[in-house]
Structures are given as structure tokens and as C-alpha cells.
Design a protein around this ligand. Sequence first.
Ligand code: ADP
Length: 225
Amino acid sequence: MSETLLEVRNLHKTYGEGSTATHVLHGLDLRLEAGELCALLGPSGSGKSTLLTILGTLMQPSSGQHEMLGRDLTQAGDRELTEFRNRHIGFVFQFHHLLPDFTALENVIFPAAVEAGRETAAMRGRGRELLARVGLADRIDFLATELSGGQKQRVAIARALMNTPELVLADEPTGNLDRESADRVMQLIEEINRDQGTTFLISTHDEKIAAYCRRQIRVVDGRTA
Ligand code: ADP
């Protein structure tokens, strides 16, 4: 039986005020079941990043309900949200945001080490395991600058998985890659979803990328179509 991972209801988001106000989300509803692999489709400017930023608890909606893992996140304070995000949500962005002077392994464990206030042997072990999982066992000690675009994005996926999140939000993760690297990244996401049951929500405007996902959600006029 499927289990609801997250649900948003009647979500509204407006940036700015008065004559410069931009209404982006207009009563958007969305439910994700645990273990889904979903594409979030819509043209540029349709509000995909806005939705992912809200779902990632990095920004509050203007109004509406947001629940995840049975928690009402619209009522949560900043500290609670940070803790929740660190434990349950991973992020992959269009640009990998790796630290150039750090190795692949250091990049993967850096956020976890910062959060814990130190780096542990267990973190290094988990980081190595994840880099092997994304096909980079032979690149563990390479600097980020010594990796190709596709390899950097696979390091970013390993980093997103470090804390074993239930949900990974990926904002145009293949937007900066050539077709072959993009396909490899999507195949990897598909495998991780299948083997570990991690839920993925992946924004894209590319139908070929969306076709890797079992479910496609379209954002049209600030609502899901
Ligand atoms: P998408 O990811 O689908 O391209 P976005 O969520 O990035 O869409 O943007 C949706 C709309 O919101 C756009 O018109 C954009 O200009 C506007 N927008 C996004 N972020 C901000 C912001 N911080 N302040 C004002 N407007 C914004």
C-alpha cells in the first residue's frame, strides 16, 4: 500500500508587493507518495523552482498547507525546519555547487560534517560508499575541478544522499549537461529510486528527461494540471 510522503494544498506564493507583486503559485495542490519518481514539467518561469524551494522548506508559501512525513510544516519555526530539512530532504541543483578545492569525497561529506561540527570515519565510509554507488569509485580523491560536468553532477547526487533523505528535490539537474551525461544522471536517479525507494521530484522543461519518470506533474498557471 502506498504511503503519503508529502502533501501541499491550496498553495499560494507571491513575490513582492503592490504594483511589483508577482503571483507565481495560485492554489497549487500536490501529493507525493513515498517511493515515487516524479518529473515536474512546465515552461521557464512557470513556478517550478518556487515550488521546489517551498517543498524544500527553504521558503514559506504566502498561504496554504504543507505537510511532510505527517508533520505540519506551515506551523514550524526556523530551527525546526532546518533540522527537518537536514534529516529528510536532499537537494540537487542545475549547477553542481561543488567546492572546487575539495575532493569528490570531501564535497560529499562536507554538509554532514558542518552540521555535526566534525568529520567522522563513519561519514568518510558513507561518502566512499555513495561515490562508488554513483560510479565514481575511481574518482574519490580527485578535486572537483578535475571532474567532468556529468561526474560533478553525480558527486552532487551522492552529496544529496548523504543523510539518507526520504525526498530528493532536483531543480533542472541535467540542464547544464550534454545529452549523454544527462541520460547517465537520469539512469542513476532511476536506479537509486528503484533500489532504495528514495522519492525524487525533478523539475525539467525537457520531455525526454521527464520520460525517465513514472509520473509527470505539469505546472500550468501556478497550479498542477
Ligand atoms: P521556473 O523554475 O519554472 O523557471 P521560477 O519559480 O523560477 O520558475 O519563477 C517563477 C516566476 O517567479 C518568474 O516570473 C520569476 O521571475 C519570479 N520569481 C522567482 N523568484 C523571485 C524572487 N525572488 N523575487 C521576485 N520574483 C521572483
